[in-house]
Design a protein. Structure first.
Length: 315
């Protein structure tokens, strides 16, 4: 009975892209015995060599088409702007009945890039683990990344329930809880909870960096304040976040417009000395933080930090 619990879910898994997310998957797949064979593929020869040195898989291919041959599960973990190129490259080599999924931070755009390229004989079930760090590359990954996190699946209408269940079981064995959602809803929700915070962080750190010409090293010197939290997000991978901004454009612009209005109201309250308004807002936002902690959804940042320090960026 115990053996059935730990039996591999897939015979052969192909991981296309072996950065933070792909390499975390490789590690958890091996640790949890989720597949008999792990095939690793990535565009750059240097990254592929590094993945091999880290012993992340059983076979390594620069050519994604070769990598997916005979695979039961294909996980595409590349910057969202590269999804269409990858789908086109693998389309002709996919095994009938294979599940093709991705981990991209945007869903509408990934679906419109990948869906038209993929053959009808595969099950395309897009996904997004809500788990990550500001680090990238194969060294940055770790098997525990998905533990206690959400993973959102956005299956197209008419998708095979069996394929959705199979992918759900996979993510559950990685430690995540799965939620199914429409891609449009996903993109709107993620715009406010993930994309905007990163954009705001990039902006505030950029502004401080511009000011540094005037204040010299004071930005670094006094950064053990609120600014430091923003610098972690603003250290995230530039390619990944450029693609997120370009590929969730409408939802991000809508949220940014709302954010700007609220910022103007805050600016007005400060200008006119409206202490009540400031106090009311700060009390409301403090309650949001408390409910996140009560729901057990706060990320232990120091622990995260400690772990990723041991796995510095390498891509
Ligand atoms: N970094 C994070 O915290 C999270 C990222 N994601 C999503 O996961 C995906 C991957 O992100 P990371 O692993 O963080 O990125 P990463 O930069 O660590 O790794 C990306 C990988 O894709 C490869 N790659 C790039 N273009 C390629 C192409 N055309 N063909 C084949 N391989 C290609 C790179 O060589 C690298 O191995 C992105 O779509 C991102 O939006 C999702 C959740 C969290
Ligand atoms: O590092 C952080 O705080 C993150 O927010 C990680 C992250 C980045 C992108 C995603 O699509 C999901 C999670």
């Amino acid at each position: 009975m115990a053996e059935a619990m730990t039996a591999p879910l897939f015979e052969k898994v192909a991981l296309i892209g072996i950065g933070l997310i792909g390499s975390s998957l490789a590690r958890v797949i091996r640790r949890e015995n989720l597949a008999n064979e792990i095939i690793v593929s990535t565009r750059s020869a240097e990254t592929l060599k590094r993945a091999e040195a880290l012993d992340l898989g059983d076979a390594y291919f620069q050519d994604a088409a070769q990598a997916v041959e005979g695979a039961d599960l294909v996980v595409v973990s590349v910057p969202v702007g590269a999804s269409g190129t990858v789908a086109k490259a693998i389309a002709g080599s996919l095994k009938p009945g294979a599940i093709v999924t991705d981990v991209g931070s945007t869903k509408g755009s990934v679906i419109s890039q990948m869906q038209p390229e993929l053959p009808d004989h595969v099950h395309f079930i897009p996904g997004h683990p809500i788990a990550g760090t500001e680090h990238s590359g194969p060294d940055a990954g770790f098997a525990e990344l998905f533990e206690g996190r959400w993973c959102i699946l956005t299956p197209p209408t008419g998708a095979s329930q069996e394929a959705v269940s199979s992918l759900t079981r996979f993510w559950e064995r990685c430690g995540s809880t799965v939620e199914v959602m429409d891609p449009e809803h996903h993109d709107m929700v993620l715009a406010i909870v993930s994309h905007l915070p990163h954009i705001i962080a990039y902006n505030i750190v950029g502004t401080a960096d511009d000011l540094e010409a005037v204040t010299k090293s004071e930005v670094i010197k006094y950064s053990a304040s609120g600014f430091r939290d923003f610098t972690r997000l603003a250290a995230s991978d530039p390619t990944m976040w450029r693609d997120v901004c370009l590929h969730n454009r409408d939802a991000i612009l809508e949220m940014l417009a709302r954010f700007s209005e609220d910022l103007s109201a805050l600016q007005r309250a400060i200008r006119w000395g409206d202490g009540d308004k400031l106090f009311e807002l700060f009390t409301r936002t403090r309650a949001v933080r408390r409910s996140i902690i009560e729901a057990g959804q706060d990320i232990d940042v120091p622990d995260f930090g400690r772990h990723v320090v041991a796995h510095p960026k390498k891509d």
